[in-house]
Design a protein around this ligand. Structure first.
Ligand SMILES: C[S@@+](CC[C@H](N)C(=O)[O-])C[C@H]1O[C@@H](n2cnc3c(N)ncnc32)[C@H](O)[C@@H]1O
Length: 215
C-alpha cells in the first residue's frame, strides 16, 4: 500500500536525506538517546516491536542488536530514506522488515505489537496527524502493550528555551515544545503516560515518554 499523504522528509530538505545520519550525529548524542529509549522499553525476546517513522533504521538496528530474538519492523512514509535503511539492514546481516506506510494509517491488525518505539518522528506530524498516529499506535498495540517516544520536549534550561524560539517555527514542533505530547497520548486512550527524562542538547530539550495501553 503506497502512502498518499504529504510529509516532511527526515532532514526537512530532500537534498539533505543522504546526509541524515551524519548531521544527526553532529547535532545530537543520537546513539546514547536511542539506547536509553530501548532500555526504557524493556523489550523481551518474544516481543514484536514497531519502529514508527524509522528513517534510516538506526533505532531498529540498535533494537535488533540488543534483542536479537525480538521481531522488529520499521515503517516510514519516505521511499528515499527507506533505500538507505534497507542498505544498512542488509549490511548488518539482520532481519528487519521495512514497510513504506504512513503513521496515520498503519497496515497492521489490531493488537499486533508488544512495543511501539518512535524517535524524532512525532515532530514531523501535524497536530491532527499526531493525534491520528497516536490512535493508530493504540490500535496496533496489544492490551498492556507500550509506546516509548524520544523527541523534542518542553524546554527545561535557559539555553533550550532560547533554541525553542527558533525551533517552534520549524517542522511541526509547537506541541512538542509546549509539552503537549503526553496529553495527546492520553487522549488516544493511553494510561500511565509519563515524561521519563529530559536532556539538554545543542538542538534543545530532548525528552523521552512512556505510555501503556490498558490491559
Ligand atoms: C527526523 S526523522 C527520524 C528518523 C528516525 N526515527 C531516527 O530517529 O533516526 C523523521 C522520520 O519521520 C518520517 N515521517 C514523516 N512523516 C511521516 C508519516 N506521516 N508517516 C511515517 N513516517 C513519517 C520521515 O520520513 C523521517 O524518516
Amino acid at each position: 500500500m503506497k502512502p498518499q499523504t504529504r510529509f516532511i522528509p527526515a532532514m526537512h530538505f530532500r537534498w539533505l536525506t543522504p546526509y541524515f545520519d551524519v548531521l544527526t550525529n553532529w547535532t545530537l548524542p543520537d546513539r546514547e538517546l536511542k539506547e536509553r529509549l530501548i532500555e526504557q522499553a524493556e523489550i523481551r525476546p518474544q516481543h514484536k516491536v514497531l519502529d514508527l517513522g524509522c528513517g534510516t533504521a538506526t533505532l531498529a538496528l540498535l533494537i535488533k542488536q540488543r534483542h536479537a530474538e525480538a521481531t522488529v519492523i520499521g515503517i516510514d512514509i519516505d521511499t528515499e530514506i527507506l533505500k538507505i535503511a534497507r542498505r544498512k539492514v542488509q549490511d548488518a546481516g539482520v532481519t528487519i522488515a521495512l514497510h513504506e506506510a504512513t503513521s496515520v494509517r498503519l497496515p497492521y491488525p489490531d493488537g499486533a505489537f508488544d512495543r511501539v518505539l518512535c524517535s524524532f518522528a512525532m515532530h514531523h506530524l501535524t497536530h491532527a496527524d499526531k493525534r491520528r498516529a497516536s490512535a493508530e499506535v493504540f490500535r496496533v498495540l496489544r492490551p498492556g502493550g507500550e509506546l516509548h517516544v524520544l523527541d523534542f520536549g518542553k524546554p527545561h534550561t535557559a539555553y533550550c528555551l532560547s533554541v525553542s524560539f527558533v525551533l517552534r517555527w520549524t517542522e511541526e514542533l509547537m506541541e512538542n515544545i509546549q509539552g503537549l505530547l503526553p496529553r495527546i497520548f492520553q487522549d488516544a486512550g493511553f494510561i500511565d503516560v509519563e515524561e521519563t527524562s529530559q536532556r539538554a542538547t545543542l538542538a534543545g530539550t530532548v525528552s523521552t515518554y512512556s505510555a501503556r495501553k490498558p490491559s
